[in-house]
Design a protein around this ligand. Structure first.
Ligand SMILES: Cc1ncc(COP(=O)(O)O)c(C=O)c1O
Length: 405
């Protein structure tokens, strides 16, 4: 039997990145295509100690069904941490543990979006979440990214146009710090402007911040959630890049008025997140040196990002521009305006370097982008140098042969 697939899923294509991953498995390929955190940063020994201790002394507490909203000690630890570090107000807000940041986006969409509603998104933006929005029948409308964050004039004019034409805009999706895929950080003035405009048009904001703890240069910029006076920002964080992505543990902070729908949405999806891994996160945050651990991870990424950027400056054609990430895992490079990066990426793959074309991250999947994403967290130093050398030569050959007249 050939089962009939729902309209919502039939129109979705598998992530181009997951497909490219298969090519990345070739040991001869230099992969700048993935998005994995560096395995060097996983606190393996400590995870082993914590797991062994609890499985020996109190196994039932981590093996029995848990609470939908999450393991209470971890929720309390995170609330204290976020209140102190980001100034979040937990008189007005609640925090649930979710199964990775991806589930934070999923629950937000499940609760807020009806089929045919509009979700605004930075463009380009993380394709995993774009696909989540699509899977609920949302219409995606992109707001271009600039080197200092979202184009807020475009945000305002788009909202004016959509509202005038009677579209129901449910929320804006933004990744203000070390954005995936561009590596760009939205400056404070633009964060304030984003909040002001969303307030003016009365739309919600989903602030996705899985890389926020990984700042290795520049100075901290307040989150949009910290400016939220009227409960319009849902804030999503994750342990995927600070502990280990296979834990599938993240957290969602939201206005208390959303407690009931989010509880039910999570119950429908997976009942609760993995209790053993929540326990490990909490023990690690409270009994080990969390700040020292983050500092070690930042140093790893700082080193790798600096090396890749330095090599790009040396080797890339001067007409190829690129972002300067102050944290996170990615940098995005841009061929001259008007060029499509997709065939460039295919050629790079033929030459043994895996990249992701910017078009994979667009609101319109048929759109064209001159950008391509490079990941520096996974490849070794040697591979970074070798891969950028290959790409650098390709940028010269490509621009010479494909110059836009
Ligand atoms: C911007 C962004 N949001 C969310 C996620 C999902 O992360 P996870 O579900 O592992 O927390 C990712 C993963 O790469 C991401 O880049």
């Amino acid at each position: 039997m050939a089962p009939e697939i729902s309209n919502k899923m039939a129109s979705l294509h598998g992530s181009m990145i997951r497909e490219l991953f298969k090519l990345g498995a070739d040991p001869n390929m230099i992969s700048f295509g993935g998005g994995n955190p560096s395995a060097e940063t996983f606190p393996v020994k400590e995870i082993e100690e914590i797991a062994a201790e609890v499985l020996t002394n109190d196994p039932i507490s981590v093996l029995q069904y848990g609470l939908t909203e999450g393991y209470t000690p971890l929720r309390d630890t995170l609330k204290c941490y976020l209140a102190e570090k980001e100034g979040f107000d937990f008189e007005k807000n609640e925090l649930f543990i979710v199964s990775g940041g991806q589930q934070g986006a999923d629950l937000t969409t499940k609760v807020l979006v009806n089929e045919g509603d509009v979700v605004l998104t930075e463009e380009p933006a993380f394709v995993g979440c774009l696909n989540t929005f699509r899977s609920y029948g949302a219409k995606l409308v992109g707001i271009p990214m600039q080197m200092d964050g979202m184009d807020t004039e475009a945000l305002e004019s788009t909202l004016a146009r959509l509202t005038a034409s009677g579209e129901k805009v449910r929320f804006l999706y933004t990744i203000p710090s070390f954005q995936n895929p561009t590596g760009i950080t939205t400056v404070l003035a633009k964060r304030k402007e984003v909040y002001r405009i969303c307030q003016k048009y009365d739309i919600m904001i989903l602030e996705d911040n899985p890389y926020g703890e990984l700042r290795f240069a520049g100075s901290n910029v307040p989150t949009i959630k910290s400016m939220d006076t009227d409960g319009r920002v849902l804030y999503c964080g994750s342990f995927s890049k600070t502990m280990a992505p296979a834990f599938r543990i993240g957290f969602l902070v939201f206005d208390k008025s959303l407690i009931n729908p989010i509880t039910v949405a999570k119950q429908c999806t997976d009942v609760h997140s993995n209790v053993l891994f929540q326990y490990i996160c909490n023990e690690y945050m409270t009994k080990y040196d969390w700040n020292a651990h983050l500092e070690t991870s930042r140093n790893v990424y700082h080193h790798k990002a600096s090396l890749m950027l330095e090599q790009m400056k040396l080797k890339f054609h001067p007409d190829v521009k690129f972002s300067t990430p102050e944290g996170g895992l990615f940098v995005m490079a841009f061929l001259p305006e008007g060029m499509d990066a997709y065939p460039f990426v295919r050629e790079a793959i033929n030459k043994g370097v895996l990249l992701v074309p910017g078009s994979a991250f667009l609101a319109d999947p048929a759109g064209v982008s001159n950008g391509f994403r490079l990941n520096y967290s996974s490849p070794s130093d040697e591979k970074i140098v070798k891969g950028i050398d290959i790409l650098g030569k390709l940028t010269y050959a490509w621009i010479q042969n494909h110059s836009v007249q």
